[in-house]
Design a protein around this ligand. Structure first.
Ligand code: BGC
Length: 338
């Protein structure tokens, strides 16, 4: 039997997993859900890269439903602060924890955090709308609505804040009008990040405010699953003259197809291969007792400590550059996008 060296817990941690890993040289990887494309991909890359590096891998997915998971003694990190006991147990066993993509909150036993620059994702989205509408020069007013992410996901506020730091001044001076009046994070959030939840809220907004063909110039969406919901709602209920600018994040296949078809304007590409490679590197450094590669030791306070982080760089994507960044890089094939 090989000696246990470490276990990497990613976003979700199961008590049962901790017990099962009492022996063996294993890295545990736990992804929040199979429901959204990106976590399947992240899980697959992590498994592949860790195996290539010589580790045994325990890959787990949990459902999106926090209480059910707690009932079956799986502690859910899909809601970032639900992990307390599992993290404490992990720490007792000397297990090191890396939070992957989403920060684990309210617990001191989080050793490292690897993610993309979440605030920058938001600024890329906000800046895109600003540039497309030429907000610095055009008179306006322009009409915009906002759809943000899951309040239980620490990332969601960073995306929202990054975009709003660019756009809020224009809302304040009246150049952007949010007809629904919903601009605060809690008003625009999408619990669970799910497409149908975002779609329902968008339908309600359209019915209440845009039933007579009123124009919408932009719909800020924090990611692709929510952008898809908004796009679906608009397709069925929007009668305005021009199709709005719609932002997104992840370059999911459905959304990339929508970009090519002109239904979604842009997305932010977060190459999960880059993040997986970085995490594999950090695992190796932890296991060999080397200094762990981090590039941000200020931003990510989980309410107990500032977690040393490595932030990867998000990349702008639209219908003009998708071939280069998604296909030429081997992330998708042409066929994937047909
Ligand atoms: C991730 C996004 C993703 C969202 C929904 C966030 O934590 O950073 O890339 O779109 O979760 O899965």
């Amino acid at each position: 039997m090989k000696k246990i060296l470490a276990m990497l817990l990613v976003a979700m941690l199961a008590l049962s997993c901790v017990a099962a890993l009492a022996e063996g040289e294993l890295v545990g990887v736990s992804m929040p859900t199979k429901d959204l494309q990106r976590w399947n991909q992240d899980g697959a890359y992590m498994e592949e890269k860790l195996k290539e590096a010589g580790y045994e891998v325990e890959l787990q997915f949990a459902s999106n439903d926090v209480p059910t998971q707690l009932n079956v003694v799986v502690i859910a990190a899909i809601e970032g602060s639900s992990l307390g006991t599992a993290l404490d147990k992990a720490a007792e066993k000397g297990v090191k924890v890396i939070a992957y993509d989403r920060l684990l909150m309210d617990n001191g036993n989080v050793d490292y955090y690897a993610t993309f620059d979440n605030y920058k994702v938001g600024t890329v989205q906000g800046t895109y709308i600003k540039d497309q509408l030429d907000l610095d020069n055009a008179e306006g007013p322009f009409v915009m609505e906002i759809t943000a992410g899951d309040p239980g996901d620490n990332n969601a506020r960073y995306f929202y804040q990054g975009a709003m730091d660019v756009l809020k001044p224009f809302i304040d001076d009246g150049k952007i009008v949010v007809t629904s009046g919903q601009t605060e994070f809690d008003q625009v959030a999408t619990p669970t990040w799910k497409t149908d939840v975002a779609q329902k809220r968008a339908e309600d907004i359209l019915t209440a405010n845009y039933a007579n063909g009123e124009q919408i110039d932009a719909w800020l969406c924090s990611n692709d699953s929510t952008a898809l919901g908004v796009t679906n709602a608009l397709e069925a209920n929007y009668g305005g003259e021009n199709w709005p600018i719609i932002t997104g994040q992840d370059c999911d296949i459905a959304n990339t197809k929508n970009m090519i078809a002109g239904k979604q304007s842009m997305s932010v590409f977060k190459d999960t291969r880059t993040l997986a490679a970085q995490v594999v590197k950090m695992v190796g450094q932890i296991l060999s007792g080397e200094e762990v590669d981090v590039n941000d030791e200020e931003t990510y306070d989980n309410n107990v400590k500032v977690v040393p982080s490595f932030l990867c760089d998000p990349v702008f994507a639209d219908a003009n550059n998708y071939k280069e960044i998604l296909i030429d890089s081997g992330y998708y094939t042409e066929d994937d996008l047909k």
